[in-house]
Design a protein around this ligand. Structure first.
Ligand code: ZN
Length: 313
């Protein structure tokens, strides 16, 4: 198990207004802000990480909020929907909540054999709450309004829209160790048996779909999880051996990363469990203070000045 891809690590998307993004994910959805930092390549932009209590890989959605970003368009070569696991029987609670808080949502539906509720965040990002067929034993982060019986436990799946699934499926199967579990019309569900949760990837084959535009309200990349840097670098060799470009190892402070574009056009990352989010904050303090990578500490005042003010509740 140790040298395998361990399901999803995090998914990163682009938002518009930082406060609106923070409020939606922490208040409306009840996730925990586990890290408030900046985009390491663009330090005048926040980078938010929302997840469970300790930021366990497989629970992490991250955002770059760009206040004046143009609206993106979901399409081929992109992750187009993020599926979160919720407890059995909780979808009515969520549907009522979304109606009360005026969150855009569809009706309850059965999707790949599971009850689910599709919805969108305020930037139009496509999400879905799913009562997973297999029991999910993860403990969710709780808020005053959202307790364990309803709370989002972390990722269940991610949907990639592709003109043709073949080359992407080969990466999942031959490199990442996933296998085809089921097919419903043009939707192909893959899973890994290396982990119990965040173990699915759904490929939606849509031959005529135009390419997506990666901007506000769309996903930037999907990160898969490995144990440590040794496994990470072994995967680097496997990707190179297939003739694909892949980056050098990059230190993201909370994990180490590699990035490559899979042949269907989706930007994939492979990210390690180590060192995790407690490297610069105690568990109880996670997300409370702006954390900067060491190269930016010297210009902290300028960065704080340039970032939009964020009211933390
Ligand atoms: Zn990432």
């Amino acid at each position: 198990m140790e040298n395998k891809v361990l399901g999803l690590h995090h998914i990163t998307a682009i938002a518009g207004d930082a406060q609106r993004n923070y409020d939606f994910y922490t208040q409306t959805l009840g996730l925990r802000l586990v890290k408030k930092t900046v985009n390491f390549d663009d330090p005048q932009t926040y980078h938010f990480y929302f997840g469970d209590r300790i930021g366990t890989p497989g629970t992490l959605i991250t955002f770059f909020p760009w206040p004046r970003v143009r609206q993106g368009i979901p399409g081929a070569g992109m992750a187009t929907e993020i599926g979160y696991s919720v407890p059995e029987g909780s979808l009515e609670f969520w549907k009522d909540r979304f109606e009360r808080l005026q969150v855009w949502h569809d009706g309850l539906e059965t999707h790949l054999g599971e009850r689910s509720l599709p919805f969108q965040d305020p930037d139009g990002l496509g999400l879905r709450l799913i009562e997973a067929a297999d029991s999910d034993t993860r403990t969710a982060w709780e808020t005053a309004e959202i307790k364990q019986e309803h709370a989002m436990k972390g990722f269940h799946t991610v949907t990639l829209t592709l003109n043709n699934i073949k080359a992407t499926a080969r990466i999942l199967e031959e490199v990442f160790g996933y296998e085809l579990l089921e097919k419903e019309e043009n939707m192909y569900r893959y899973r890994t048996h290396a982990v119990e949760q965040a173990a699915f990837v759904d490929l939606l084959e849509s031959p005529g779909a135009p390419r997506g535009l990666n901007a506000g309200g769309t996903n930037h990349h999907v990160a898969f999880r490995v144990k440590d840097e040794k496994v990470l670098m072994a995967f680097r060799e496997k990707i190179l051996a297939r003739g694909l470009y892949i980056t050098e190892k990059i230190n993201r402070d909370y994990f180490y990363s590699l990035y490559f574009r899979e042949p269907g056009g989706v930007l994939f990352e492979i990210a390690t469990d180590n060192p995790g989010f407690m490297v610069d904050e105690e568990v109880d303090q996670l997300g409370s203070t702006l954390q900067l990578p060491s190269q930016y500490e010297g210009i902290r005042a300028e960065i704080e000045e340039a970032l939009p003010t964020l009211h933390i509740n």
